[in-house]
Design a protein around this ligand. Structure first.
Ligand SMILES: CC(C)(COP(=O)(O)OP(=O)(O)OC[C@H]1O[C@@H](n2cnc3c(N)ncnc32)[C@H](O)[C@@H]1OP(=O)(O)O)[C@@H](O)C(=O)NCCC(=O)NCCS
Length: 243
C-alpha cells in the first residue's frame, strides 16, 4: 500500500508541475490554490487514487471516487484508464476518458475532449495517445485509434483514424494540415475545400428554379407567350353574333 501511495504522490506532484508549466493563468499561484481551484487537476488527483485502488483490487471505491469527481469537476475518467505523468486538463469541464483509453506522458487536453468508443463491443475500444500530444477543446477521438507522439488535434476535430506522430489534424473528419511539423501541400491534400453534395444539389435546384421562372416570365398572366397577339374574343360564352 505504501509504494502505491508514494506513486500517487509523485504523480500528483508531476501533474501540478504540468499545470504550472502549461497554464499561463497559474503564474504566481500557490500549489494549494491549484489543488483547490483547478478542476482538471482535481479530477486527475481523484483518478490517480481511484486507479491505484482499482489496481489493488478494492471494490466499489474506485467507481465511487470517479463518480464524485465527475459530479464536482465535470470531468469523467474511468478508473481503469491508463494515464502517464505530467498530464494536464485545462479548464476541465466536459472531458470524458473511457475505460480502455491509454495516455502517454506530458499530454494536454482542453475542455470538452472525448476519448470515447464507437460501439458496444468489449475489449480495447478507446484511443491511445502517445507522449506530448495536445488535444484542442471539444475534439472527439473515437475508437481504438492511435495518436502518435507530439501530434496536435485541433479544437472541435473529430478523429476516427490513426494520427501519425508530429502531425496536426483538424476538421470533421480529422485530416492533416501538418505532417512532421511541415504544412501539407498539393492538390490531393486539400481537405478543407471538399465537395459538398448537399450544397451542390441545392445549387442545381436553384438553377432549375431560375430556369423555370425565366420560362414563366415568357408567358404573360393569360397563358400567352410574350409577343403573341391576344384573341379578339373569348373562346367560350355567347357569340356576339347572337343566336
Ligand atoms: C490545430 C491547431 C493546434 C493549430 O495548428 P497549426 O499547425 O498551427 O495550424 P495552423 O494554425 O497553421 O492552421 C492550418 C490550417 O488549419 C486550419 N485550422 C486550424 N485550426 C483548426 C480547427 N480547430 N478546425 C478547423 N480548421 C483549423 C487553419 O485555418 C489553417 O487552414 P488554411 O491552411 O486553409 O489556412 C490550433 O488551431 C487548435 O485548434 N488548437 C487548439 C486550441 C484550443 O483548443 N484552445 C482552447 C483554449 S481554452
Amino acid at each position: 500500500m505504501i509504494p502505491a501511495l508514494n506513486r500517487v504522490l509523485r504523480e500528483v506532484r508531476a501533474d501540478v508541475r504540468a499545470a504550472r508549466e502549461r497554464d499561463p493563468a497559474s503564474k504566481g499561484v500557490s500549489t494549494f490554490e491549484i489543488l483547490s481551484g483547478w478542476a482538471g487537476v482535481q479530477a486527475l488527483l481523484a483518478h490517480r487514487i481511484a486507479h491505484a485502488l482499482l489496481e489493488a483490487g478494492v471494490p466499489v471505491a474506485p467507481r465511487t471516487i470517479a463518480y464524485l469527481s465527475r459530479a464536482i469537476t465535470g470531468v469523467e475518467i474511468h478508473p481503469a484508464a491508463r494515464i502517464g505523468d505530467e498530464f494536464f486538463i485545462d479548464h476541465g469541464s466536459g472531458v470524458v476518458i473511457g475505460e480502455t483509453a491509454e495516455i502517454g506522458h506530458r499530454v494536454t487536453l482542453y475542455q470538452g475532449v472525448t476519448l470515447g468508443g464507437t460501439g458496444f463491443q468489449p475489449g480495447k475500444r478507446h484511443p491511445t495517445l502517445g507522449d506530448n500530444v495536445t488535444v484542442g477543446s471539444g475534439a472527439k477521438l473515437l475508437g481504438p485509434i492511435s495518436v502518435g507522439d507530439g501530434a496536435k488535434v485541433g479544437a472541435n476535430t473529430v478523429v476516427v483514424e490513426d494520427v501519425p506522430p508530429g502531425s496536426t489534424v483538424v476538421g470533421n473528419p480529422g485530416h492533416p494540415v501538418r505532417v512532421e511539423g511541415r504544412r501539407v501541400e498539393g492538390p490531393d491534400t486539400d481537405w478543407i475545400h471538399l465537395p459538398d453534395p448537399i450544397a451542390e444539389a441545392i445549387k442545381r435546384l436553384s438553377e432549375r428554379i431560375g430556369d423555370l421562372e425565366r420560362r414563366l416570365e415568357e408567358l404573360d398572366g393569360n397563358g400567352r407567350r410574350v409577343g403573341e397577339e391576344p384573341e379578339l374574343r373569348p373562346r367560350t360564352g355567347r357569340s356576339s353574333a347572337g343566336g
